[in-house]
Design a protein around this ligand. Structure first.
Ligand code: BGC
Length: 257
């Protein structure tokens, strides 16, 4: 059975989540476990939580591990860090996790992981043209997919809008921090997605992150040129995408064309 399963870990600004994933269906084979992100979220503290999550499941030694991480990943290392401790910058992720847990993960930016999951099993599957898969959480993540191929590390959550970093103003965390109603927050999202559309002309925008569970409260308030739909995998997309990539690196899963 371990042949068709990989374990996905999704590191976020507020929680670190993990679950085993059936690579044929994209479904979790056991309930997702979540541990609050330690503060400060230094490499040692986060790696120790990743180890705890992996240890919480009875995984065979050959089950590949995929790690979805909230930063651009350049040649395996953290290129820049917005929402975890700054001491992550320059750290090689697979080396750090292997040193702390004994298991070497396949690593991917969290929005890109969500993008892979939505291509493989969700709202971007088989969609022609360019799809922007976005995640609204502590930050804003964006994966750009054209004809099934992904452009990594797009980092469009950091577009400047009115001289300010867009995610500080329009991420789900800004809604929570400032106590914004869905109506007020939707005005910011309208600005943000209009800018994304003005620059990239996507054929479809997919919205993920935990808050996409309540997509019916804000997506109908947006008026955009391209269709905008909730992610199919909601907040498991990071786990599933990382697991699919890990399965592919291990040669036991194929990525969709
Ligand atoms: C990070 C991105 C990440 C996004 C969502 C941003 O702050 O720079 O790498 O994809 O947050 O977590």
């Amino acid at each position: 059975m371990s042949q068709t399963i990989a374990f996905g870990v999704d590191v976020g600004g507020s929680g670190i989540k993990g679950a085993p994933v059936d690579l044929a269906t994209g479904e979790l084979t056991a309930p997702r476990q979540k541990i609050l992100t330690p503060q400060p979220a230094t490499p040692d503290a986060v790696v120790s939580v990743i180890g705890e999550l992996i240890a919480g499941f009875e995984l065979a030694a050959d089950v590949p591990i995929g790690l979805s991480f909230p930063s651009p990943i350049v040649q395996g290392a953290v290129g820049w860090m917005a929402n975890l401790d700054q001491s992550w910058v320059g750290v090689n992720l697979a080396d750090a996790v292997e040193a702390g847990t004994g298991r070497r993960p396949t690593v991917v930016n969290d929005a890109d992981a969500a993008g892979y999951a939505e291509i493989a099993f969700g709202a971007a599957k088989g969609h022609p043209g360019t799809v922007a898969v976005t995640t609204l959480g502590t930050g804003i993540g964006v994966a750009l997919i054209t004809e099934g191929k992904l452009w990594p590390n797009a980092e469009l959550g950091h577009l400047q809008i009115n001289g300010r970093d867009a995610e500080n103003w329009a991420a789900a965390s800004a809604k929570e921090r400032e106590g914004l109603t869905f109506e007020k927050w939707a005005k910011r999202l309208q600005r943000y997605f209009t800018e994304v559309d003005r620059l990239l002309w996507p054929d479809l925008i997919v919205v993920g992150g935990g808050i996409s569970r309540r997509a019916h409260k804000f997506l109908p308030l947006l008026d955009l040129r391209p269709p905008i739909v909730p992610a199919a995998l909601r907040n498991t997309a990071g786990i599933v995408g990382a697991a699919v990539l890990a399965g592919q690196s291990a040669g036991i899963a194929t990525l969709p064309e």
